[in-house]
Design a protein around this ligand. Structure first.
Ligand SMILES: [Zn+2]
Length: 252
């Protein structure tokens, strides 16, 4: 199948040394952004709690509508903040040498999700002044928000500083490729524009034939959330290196 692929570069100079320093700076920016958004999410929760106890009131809206608005805003800030945090973890992962920090860094989104909704849920459940209907709807809304926010805050593809370094050492100067929705990056790819061919003259069979394929350094692939090397590509391109994070795919 001679399907045409559109290859776009992740950056203008994918193997330039100038690119290496940039993501480190960004990681801090992403973490600051995440913390600001998480604080805003917690502010929304506090506003919802104050509303619940009649400390604040919005005259032109009923309590339930206000509660739902605060819960939705809480959720939106949480989710965006968690995406920034995950991005920062991919750009500058925590080291496994410090297990506490490693666990904390990779689960921070989930912890914040619990903080963003659990106190509110407990206070809603123990509140005796709310009418039953308002209480039920608000509790369900907060519980659903907790589930969505928690699921969206989990990093399903975490990586450690050691795994990232191993991949960078093994793939130094090598272009890697990934698709928008794939979880892995590939090396066994024919790329005519770069004069890159494969031993068997075929693309990796696990590379989803999508209309858009990104070429970049392994660092850029990991920053894009593609934290694993395709193990088919690893075998067929004879990539050596202990500690590289790979997915486990069989020979097709
Ligand atoms: Zn592959």
């Amino acid at each position: 199948m001679a399907e045409k692929k559109k290859i776009e570069s992740a950056s203008a100079n994918t193997v330039s040394n100038i690119q290496n320093a940039k993501p480190v700076g960004n990681a801090t920016g992403y973490r600051v952004g995440a913390i600001i958004l998480w604080v805003l999410a917690l502010v929304c929760e506090v506003l919802a709690i104050l509303l619940l106890f009649g400390k604040i009131s919005i005259t032109f809206m009923n309590t339930l509508v206000c509660l739902i608005i605060f819960i939705v805003l809480d959720l939106v800030f949480l989710i965006i903040g968690s995406q920034l945090w995950k991005k920062a973890n991919h750009i500058k992962p925590a080291s496994k040498k410090n297990p506490t920090k490693f666990w904390l860094w990779n689960n921070m989104g989930l912890i914040v999700a619990v903080l963003c909704f659990c106190p509110l849920i407990v206070l809603l459940l123990t509140n005796k002044d709310l009418d039953k209907k308002t209480k039920t709807i608000a509790v369900v809304a907060a519980a659903v928000a907790l589930l969505i926010g928690g699921a969206a805050s989990i990093d399903y593809n975490p990586i450690s500083a050691e795994e990232k370094e191993a991949a960078q050492v093994a793939l130094e100067g090598t272009a890697v490729y990934w698709t928008p929705y794939g979880k892995v990056y590939h090396t066994h790819v024919i790329d005519e524009a770069m004069g890159h061919t494969t031993e068997d003259g075929k693309d990796c069979p696990y590379l989803n034939r999508s209309d858009s394929l990104t070429r970049g350094t392994v660092e850029e692939a990991i920053a894009a959330g593609k934290t694993k090397l395709c193990s088919y590509c690893q075998r067929h391109d004879h990539i050596e290196g202990d500690g590289i994070k790979t997915d486990d795919v069989p020979e097709p």
